[in-house]
Design a binder for this molecule. Structure first.
Ligand SMILES: *Cc1c(COP(=O)(O)O)cnc(C)c1O
Ligand code: SF4
Length: 453
């Protein structure tokens, strides 16, 4: 029997806390923005112009609010992280600068050198094999009836843990990239491929982030896809609502383009929805509610995909609060992902056991349709699987073995827990490739025998 601790609901969060949406002028605590008015702060152009893109801006904007140690630590972080810095003033001002070390927003967008851990030996830049499953550039076709289209490599913020750090944003000290921006030249080839494959009904438009597409590009992509007879559903994926709600409320040309595509789809019975990415209740304010009210009034369905991260949303209380607040704003919590095994994110990852326990504790706290599915997107391209559906789990050594019968028949996949969360003896085993390769082989054989192959 396992003796692992079971996640408990601590009741730290008052039952109705999720109905409080912060509406104070929190940005005025940032010295450089002390006299910025609500109207200015709510203007998407002001947000764009004042986005933080370099470490010296952090110091310039914060002045004495940030210590030299923290600035130095951020500089060290820039030498390791595969992602550029880009943070909207909205998110930057929501960071608790009295306690930046523990702040979940700072952790996501401004990594500290001192918090990085060595990469797991099985980390891969393209952990999910998106390039391998790509029939034409910018498109991943892994499942029979749905595809993933990456029309841009730009985002309004850069997350230090991005699963596509190999492509997204500009080169960093740690990684050279061939980012293609929003290169429209290749899009027609993608539409051609989709048009020639009648099984495809569903297109995820991601990136990068759809927020970075111009109104014309939003229209061009939406209309081109919706005109293909067999396409029934498209989803624009953007972290925007979470980190830059002012674009929804004040960029009328952009919002109009989105509305037009939505109306165009509906006019012949096709779905146009938005998938967004809130990770922490700390990102949610009255500004989020204003953006969502506007989207809801236009009839948009919005769903959320979060990544499970240590110190961001890995407690039952934070997760329940996140789910309740999203639901309250009419955002449907869709997925919570176990962290992908990509470079520079070992300090963020949880074990599979932690994810399973959190899932058990959270289920039952609200409506079933607002209860996210906890999934592991299998390294090697097996696709998304429910966290409890592994074939075998060597908890001691942090090795789980999975199959994906429909997506990759006959193949077995492995996911690994972060080494620093294992017992000291297990950590020792992970120092010797001969030892850990044997452990993985044994775990796989266990499953192959079980399945009778
Ligand atoms: C996630 C993903 C999709 C969409 O999957 P859903 O489970 O329907 O959200 C499609 N293609 C690829 C390659 C994906 O990674
Ligand atoms: S918004 Fe998405 S694609 Fe962009 S950096 Fe963050 S995780 Fe990566």
């Amino acid at each position: 029997m396992s003796t692992a601790p079971v996640a408990k609901v601590s009741k730290k969060i008052p039952e109705l806390q999720h109905r409080n949406f912060r509406d104070d002028e929190f940005w005025k605590k940032i010295p450089a923005w002390a006299s910025v008015t609500r109207d200015q702060f709510g203007d998407h152009l002001w947000q764009l112009k004042n986005s933080i893109r370099k470490v010296d801006q952090v110091k310039k904007v914060l002045g004495n609010l940030v210590s030299d140690e923290i600035v130095k630590d951020i500089e060290e972080g820039q030498k390791i992280t595969p992602m550029n810095i880009r943070i909207t003033p909205y998110i930057f001002a929501l960071i608790d600068w009295k306690d930046p070390i523990n702040d979940p927003l700072r952790k996501q967008f401004l990594p500290l050198g001192s918090q990085f851990l060595p990469d797991h030996p099985y980390y891969k830049e393209d952990s999910l094999h998106e390039d391998e499953d790509s029939p034409v550039p910018m498109l991943t076709h892994r499942y029979p009836d749905k595809v993933l289209f990456l029309p841009t490599t730009l985002c309004p913020v850069y997350c230090s843990y991005c699963t596509r750090s190999r492509l997204i944003g500009g080169s960093t000290e740690a990684v050279e990239k061939e980012s293609y921006g929003a290169n429209q030249k290749n899009w027609d080839k993608v539409f051609d491929y989709i048009a020639k494959n009648p099984l495809i009904e569903d297109v995820v438009i991601s990136g990068g982030d759809s927020y970075m597409l111009t109104p014309d590009q939003i229209r061009y992509i939406g209309e081109s896809l919706l005109k293909i007879p067999h396409i029934r559903r498209i989803r624009y994926a953007t972290k925007g609502i979470a980190i830059f709600p002012m674009k929804i409320t004040s960029d009328e040309a952009w919002f109009q383009a989105l509305k037009d595509v939505h109306a165009f789809g509906r006019s012949f019975g096709k779905q146009v929805v938005i998938h967004t990415h809130f990770s922490s209740p700390k990102e949610i304010t009255k500004w989020s509610v204003l953006a969502m009210d506007k989207l809801f009034q236009e009839g948009f369905i919005v769903r959320n995909q979060a990544v499970l991260q240590t110190g961001v949303n890995d407690s039952v209380d934070e997760m329940v609060l996140l789910i309740r607040q999203l639901s309250y704003m009419n955002i449907q919590p869709y997925y919570v992902y176990l962290h992908d095994m990509v470079p520079g994110c070992e300090h963020f990852r949880t074990t599979l056991k932690e994810a399973e326990e959190l899932e058990k504790a959270m289920r039952g706290t609200t409506a079933g349709f607002n209860t996210p599915t906890f999934v592991c997107d299998l390294p090697g391209g097996g696709g998304k699987r429910h966290v409890a559906s592994y074939e075998y789990y060597d908890e001691e050594n942090g090795i789980s073995i999975w199959t994906a019968p429909y997506v990759k028949p006959g193949a077995v996949f492995a996911y690994f827990d972060p080494i620093h969360k294992l017992s000291p003896e297990a950590q020792e085993r992970w120092k010797d490739p001969k030892v850990y390769e044997k452990m993985i082989e044994d775990a796989k054989n266990h499953v192959i025998q079980k399945l009778g192959k």
